[in-house]
Design a protein around this ligand. Structure first.
Ligand code: CP
Ligand code: NVA
Length: 316
């Protein structure tokens, strides 16, 4: 099946840093089409007979279920592989694993600690590789998130997203995506927890083209005017030992009614990639408020990833 969405120029999605605005917009269009079809009960077995290997070195609810269901709804299958149970956990190299899985499967999705594991998989696999979260980035999350903003606000360009919390993998992907799409991104974080400088520098450059303003600050007053307030856990997977220290350092960055009011807007969306640590980075009152779209984001992981899977795997 060949459509304008399936150009086959890209083999992998490792980060949004090298994804273009046109690719993002094509994924949104296709995701919305597939979402409407699925809601109408129309099947779309575009990836019939294709199988996706899904490697998990870390826990997951949304990524695991949404990718597996995505493959099933596209007529194919998803194979859950726990990193610990694979020979990978006993020292087989990532490069060898990539080559072996390429002989059985039509694509590989991986959730890893070191981002270099994703780039190594992509280098050695002959099939497409998708980053399902690394310590550096979470591209599929940001695609689903901007799709969610688009649905709720009817546009992206000219909006401002304020991410309040740890300058982590999710913050990096929101920065890359926002800069490409013309969404201004303000990162508000405690001193020492800023996103990586190389990410911010690239996004400032990308943002010059799309009129996206990129700002990193320690001052929560910077959320003024934000169309979206976004947060994530204060201690990511792998940082469990830092949890107590982070709770102390991040306490003024909690998203509560007072912080939401600082936007000065009544219709600011609240977003979170989930899982949420309720009572830490966000209060129950905010996450359960009418402004919260956290479950729409979770649902859109399915639709956005179907678009990504089709664009990478159909016709290959
Ligand atoms: N948001 C997200 O990636 O969730 P999981 O960790 O449950 O996959
Ligand atoms: N930053 C979080 C995101 C989880 C989906 C983590 O890496 O644990």
């Amino acid at each position: 099946m060949k459509t304008k969405h399936m150009t086959k120029t890209r083999k992998d999605v490792t980060s949004l840093s090298d994804v273009t605005k046109a690719e993002l917009e094509a994924w949104f269009d296709l995701a919305l089409k597939l979402k409407a079809e699925q809601k109408a009960g129309k099947t779309h077995p575009i990836l019939a007979g294709k199988n996706l290997a899904m490697i998990f070195q870390k826990s997951s609810t949304r990524t695991r279920v949404s990718f597996e269901i995505a493959m099933r709804q596209l007529g194919g299958g998803g194979l859950y592989l726990s990193g610990n149970d694979m020979q990978l956990g006993r020292g087989e190299t990532v490069a060898d694993t990539a080559q072996v899985l390429s002989r059985y499967c039509d694509g590989i999705m991986a959730r890893v600690f070191a981002h270099s594991d994703i780039t190594t998989l992509a280098k050695f696999a002959s099939v497409p590789v998708i980053n399902g979260l690394s310590d550096y980035s979470h591209p599929c999350q940001a695609v689903a998130d901007y799709l969610t903003v688009l649905e709720h606000k009817g546009r992206l360009k000219g909006l401002t997203l304020a991410y309040v919390g740890d300058g982590n993998n999710v913050a990096h992907s929101l920065l890359f995506g926002g800069a490409k799409l013309g969404v201004s991104v303000t990162i508000v974080c405690p001193k020492g927890y800023e996103p990586q400088k190389s990410v911010v520098d690239q996004c400032i450059e990308d943002g010059k083209v799309t009129e996206s303003r990129i700002l990193v600050t320690n001052d929560t007053a910077a959320v003024k005017g934000a169309d979206v307030i976004y947060t994530d856990v204060w201690a990511s997977m792998g940082q469990e030992k830092e949890h107590e220290t982070r709770v102390r350092l991040f306490k003024d960055y909690q998203i509560n009614a007072t912080l939401m009011a600082k936007t000065g807007k009544k219709d600011t969306l609240f977003m979170h990639c989930l899982p949420a640590h309720r009572g830490e980075e966000v209060t129950d009152a905010v996450v359960d408020s009418p402004n919260s779209v956290v479950f729409d984001e979770a649902e859109n992981r399915l639709h956005a990833q179907k678009a990504i899977l089709v664009s990478l795997m159909a016709g290959r």
